[in-house]
Structures are given as structure tokens and as C-alpha cells.
Design a binder for this molecule. Structure first.
Ligand code: KG4
Ligand code: ZN
Length: 332
């Protein structure tokens, strides 16, 4: 029985996990706080984590009628993420583990995302894992837990970052991903041809920084934007971002002859992305594994689940558990 924490960015999350039939997953969003700044302010995020984490812990335990006495392991995201945010979760988890004489498991946030889609089903190795979030756009070959090959990644902005930046240019609310997703449903995705970064490169790398410049120029060329213009730009951008993710991931599956593909991270909540991948994977005989929507964006349940696959990392050496904002996944 694991009590897990994720405070890597702007959501405070606590989860109690035994198995896929007994768990809680409390997520407290800070969107209201950061929306007026159009992005996450680390100092404010950390303060809010510190304010809510104890209460959310109570809530996570209450939801499953458990108490601290039932907890066998504490798990916590140690990186990557925003340092002030990470420090709150790490300090709280260490204090709680120390006071209750419990072993603590450090978890890499990206490992949490990679395994989130499997929390309620069997893992068939090897699989390709596309992690698409506000900070990452990475394509891994996963051979087993802890054995990863990095096939490609973004050379500049993450795809979630591109959604957020384009939304900002279009005057939409923060975070931009869900706003663009919603608005695109009424837009014409074929009206504007938005360039796809590194489309003609053989590598599995991505690039999304050119898109925001392109959209910025397009917006100033159009002048006063009508509602239709805004939804058409949103839909056209979304289509170009999704298309390049689909093309490169499916090509990698074919090249490596891997039949399992999982997608995770905040952008995997995107409805066009989910629909397009489903359709294409079905056509090409690829087994697609998508997380339920509540496990796409940051949450502590995925941290608990990843820690359950790495109990051998549990330690009583509390001093060895440190927040590392630029923690990397060890890859071959
Ligand atoms: O995984 P996540 O919660 O945090 C990071 O680890 O970064 O991902 C957040 C990102 C944000 O950029 C947000 O705009 C994006 O995921 N996102 C979406 C959608 N929901 C969240 N992007 C596109 N469509 C969505 N429905
Ligand atoms: Zn994340």
C-alpha cells in the first residue's frame, strides 16, 4: 500500500494505491492562480502546494477509508519539474516517511507518465511510448521497466508548450491545450497550412518552435480576427501538431517492428490526437494503449503505479532523496 505525491509543476496531487481496484487520486488544480499570468509562476505554485498538501493527504486516505497506519511505502516525484514545486512534495514525503518509519521510493516524473496507461492492464514489452506534455515530447522504446531507448525528442519547444503559446497568441485562456481542443471542434482544420517541424527528416525528432512564429505572423497578416478566424487557426494548428506526432510514431513502430504503442502526458488528453491515433493504429494493426483522461495530465496515481514497479528502489536513507529539476531518464 503506497502513498504517493506529485508536485512537479502546478497541480498538487496525492494518491493512495494498492492495486487497480483500490486507489484514490486527488488532484488539486492551480489553473485559477496561474491563468492571469498566462503561465506557471513557480513561487506561487510552491506556496499553494505547501498550503494544500496536508489536507489533500487526509482526503486521499479518507476516500479509501485508510489511515497512515495502513501505508507501507511513500513514493514521491523527485524530478524533472520546477524546483520550488518539487521541494514541497519531496520535503513533505520525507518528513512523513521519517515520522512513520516508512521506506521512501523516489520516482522520475517521466517514468510516471510512461507507465500511466498500464495502471489497470497488463504490460506487454516491448512497446513504444510517446510522452507528450508541457515539458516533454519524447519517443522511447521501452524494453522493460528501467530499460529505455530514446528514439527521438523535440529539439526545442514541447508540443504542450506549443499549444499553450499558440493559445496565448489567439487570446485564449490558460492552459491553452484544453482551450484549443474545445475551440477546434468548430474550426476548419484545412483553412491554413501550418508547417510541420522536421517533417522531411528521417529522424524521429520533433520541432515545434517554428509554429508559434508562423501563427504570430499569420495573426498579424490577418489583422482583426473574427471568431471563425480564431477557431480555424486553432483547428489548423492542432491538426498539424497531431499529424506530425502520428506520422513519426507510426513510422517508428514500422521501422522497429514494434506492435504496441502507448501515448501519455497532458497532450494525450487531446481529442483529435486520441481519435487520429485510434483510427491509424487500427488500420495498421498496432495495439494502442491510451490512459484514461484523468491519468493524462499530472497526477500522483501514475507516480504510485511507477513506484509499485520499482519497489527495489525503496530506501530508509532519507538524505539520499533529493529534488532534481533536470532529472533525466537513464537511457541506453
Ligand atoms: O503532463 P502535464 O499535465 O504536465 C507536464 O508534465 O507538463 O501536461 C500539461 C500540458 C499543457 O501544455 C496543456 O496545455 C496540455 O498538457 N494539455 C492539452 C490538453 N490537455 C492538457 N493539450 C492539448 N489538448 C488537450 N486536451
Ligand atoms: Zn507531467
Amino acid at each position: 500500500m503506497i502513498l504517493a505525491f506529485d508536485t512537479s509543476c502546478d497541480d498538487t496531487s496525492v494518491s493512495f494505491y494498492k492495486d487497480c481496484n483500490l486507489y484514490s487520486n486527488i488532484i488539486s488544480s492551480q489553473n485559477d492562480i496561474h491563468a492571469k499570468f498566462g503561465g506557471v509562476i513557480p513561487e506561487l505554485a510552491a506556496r499553494k502546494h505547501a498550503e494544500t498538501i496536508a489536507y489533500l493527504t487526509e482526503e486521499a486516505l479518507n476516500r479509501v477509508s485508510k489511515g497512515l497506519g495502513d501505508v507501507e511505502y511513500v513514493a514521491v516525484t523527485v524530478g524533472p519539474g520546477l524546483l520550488p514545486s518539487l521541494l514541497v512534495g519531496v520535503a513533505f514525503a520525507k518528513a512523513l516517511a521519517y515520522a512513520n518509519r516508512l521506506p521512501i521510493i523516489p520516482v522520475n516524473h517521466i517514468e510516471g507518465h510512461i507507465f500511466a496507461p498500464f495502471f489497470d492492464r497488463e504490460i506487454n514489452y516491448p512497446f513504444l511510448s510517446l510522452v507528450v506534455s508541457g515539458g516533454h515530447t519524447h519517443l522511447f522504446l521501452v524494453e522493460s521497466f528501467g530499460r529505455y531507448k530514446l528514439l527521438g525528442k523535440t529539439l526545442d519547444d514541447a508540443v504542450g508548450e506549443a499549444f499553450d503559446k499558440v493559445a496565448r497568441i489567439l487570446g485564449l485562456e490558460y492552459p491553452g491545450g484544453p482551450a484549443i481542443d474545445k475551440l477546434s471542434k468548430t474550426g476548419n482544420p484545412y483553412r491554413f497550412k501550418i508547417p510541420k517541424g522536421l517533417e522531411h527528416e528521417k529522424s524521429y525528432n520533433f520541432s515545434f518552435s517554428g509554429v508559434k512564429t508562423f501563427v504570430k505572423n499569420l495573426v498579424s497578416k490577418l489583422g482583426n480576427l473574427s471568431k471563425t478566424d480564431i477557431s480555424d487557426i486553432a483547428a489548423s494548428f492542432q491538426k498539424s501538431a497531431v499529424d506530425i506526432l502520428v506520422e513519426k510514431s507510426l513510422r517508428a513502430c514500422k521501422d522497429l517492428n514494434v506492435k504496441n504503442l502507448s501515448i501519455s502526458g497532458g497532450v494525450s488528453a487531446n481529442s483529435l490526437l486520441r481519435d487520429t491515433f485510434k483510427e491509424r493504429c487500427e488500420k495498421e494493426g498496432i495495439n494502442l494503449i491510451l490512459p484514461p483522461k484523468e491519468l493524462t495530465t499530472d497526477n500522483a496515481l501514475m507516480i504510485a503505479f511507477a513506484s509499485s514497479l520499482s519497489l527495489d528502489r525503496a530506501t530508509f536513507d532519507y538524505a539520499s532523496i533529493e529534488a532534481d529539476p533536470s532529472l533525466r531518464l537513464t537511457v541506453d
